[in-house]
Design a protein around this ligand. Structure first.
Ligand code: GAL
Length: 357
């Protein structure tokens, strides 16, 4: 991930950990990235977890970079909740105590976060719901999540030839996006001739749970009965591949498996024919819009160009489908990854065969 490495080097000089009034070490430790150290305006960024690579590798650095570019006297106070809603609540409380000017919150638990929004607004701190919807928030930005589910399911139905039986792994029920992906996917699957053998709502999106659940299903169904697997994201797709190969299935004989997030490992599996597709969400667009809106709020400027989503002023972006055919035209063209990153080591031959290197 060229971006994260470049960014890590760039921020090393300006990062201040546990600075000034921030509390000493603890579960809700914040990291402050200040453009000039003055910190006249504070923007809190609260992300939900780190097992999905997007958050630490893209959302955070892209957001911090854009804030630094737009505002000399803004500092970003950063938190990651590690998938723990109680930890996220403490982090919100810390941000309120820190008297941040605005909060950019990607909730672990979307419903519970409505209470966090109220506490924050009571302290005159507006909240931007980032990527996952929170009722009552001041602004919301995300991709069209129902469309993500539809694109995944349409691709899978086509890949299995219109009919057959599949396993279905959805995201965490506490994540509002997961419900939208699932609904979008069901709208396609339920009106097709594809049968769902078994379905699972993964409580924390983890690859480990996905692997264990798939392994359990292999005790109930013959591998030959599994014509395809709907996995709502790439982390879970990785768990599915580990389960199937762990049970003795050859890497070149895996059924079509879906994903989301265009994680590097998933793009490599797609090139190698081990995963059928993923969804690329140009995180740069989302993270930079969040940074722009946060800076405008901190500077007391008006926000324009929003659309309504469930009563909240929103920005909704389009997801992009990635299969072996368009890796070059999507994630490579967008400089999300370089060909060298994708084609490193064991993937060199697969890249050649797929015409990428
Ligand atoms: C969703 C998000 C996805 C993926 C997933 C797992 O809410 O939109 O991009 O990261 O969570 O954390």
């Amino acid at each position: 991930m060229a971006l994260s490495i470049r960014r890590a080097v760039a921020t090393a000089a300006v990062i201040v950990v546990g600075a000034g009034s921030l509390a000493a070490c603890g579960a809700n430790d914040a990291q402050t990235d200040s453009a000039d150290g003055d910190g006249a305006k504070k923007i809190a960024l609260l992300l939900p977890e780190s097992k999905t690579t997007r958050y630490e590798a893209f959302d955070r650095p892209l957001f911090e970079q854009k804030v630094a570019e737009l505002c000399d006297d803004c500092e970003v106070v950063y938190f990651n909740a590690d998938q723990d809603p109680a930890k996220q609540q403490q982090q919100v409380e810390t941000a309120i105590t820190e008297q941040v000017d605005v909060m950019v919150l990607d909730p672990v638990d979307g419903e519970a976060a409505a209470g966090l929004v109220t506490s924050s607004q009571d302290a005159d701190i507006p909240v931007i719901a980032y990527d996952r919807f929170i009722a009552g928030s001041d602004y919301y930005m995300s991709f069209d999540n129902a469309q993500v589910g539809k694109l995944q399911a349409e691709a899978l139905v086509e890949a299995v030839g219109g009919s057959g039986s599949i396993l279905m792994l959805n995201g965490a029920p506490t994540d509002p996006n997961a419900g939208q992906f699932k609904e979008g996917a069901h709208s396609v699957l339920d009106s097709s001739d594809v049968e769902i053998l078994a379905e699972y709502d993964n409580p924390d999106w983890s690859p480990e749970n996905a692997q264990q659940w798939t392994t359990d299903q292999l005790g109930k169904f013959q591998p030959s009965e599994i014509n395809g697997v709907y996995a709502a994201n790439d982390g879970q797709a990785g768990g599915v591949v580990a389960a199937l190969t762990g049970a003795g299935m050859a890497r070149d004989a895996l059924p079509p498996i879906t994903g989301q997030d265009a994680e590097l490992a998933a793009i490599q599996r797609i090139v190698a024919g081990e995963q059928y597709m993923t969804i690329y969400k140009p995180i740069k667009v989302e993270a930079e819009k969040a940074a722009e809106v946060a800076v405008d709020i901190a500077n007391g400027e008006e926000i324009t160009g929003t659309t309504d989503f469930e009563g909240v002023d929103s920005f909704i972006f389009d997801p992009i489908i990635v299969t072996q055919d368009n890796v070059g035209d999507t994630v490579v063209a967008d400089e999300f990854y370089t060909v060298e990153e994708i084609c490193a080591g064991a993937y060199a031959d697969a890249c050649q065969a797929a015409g990428l290197a």
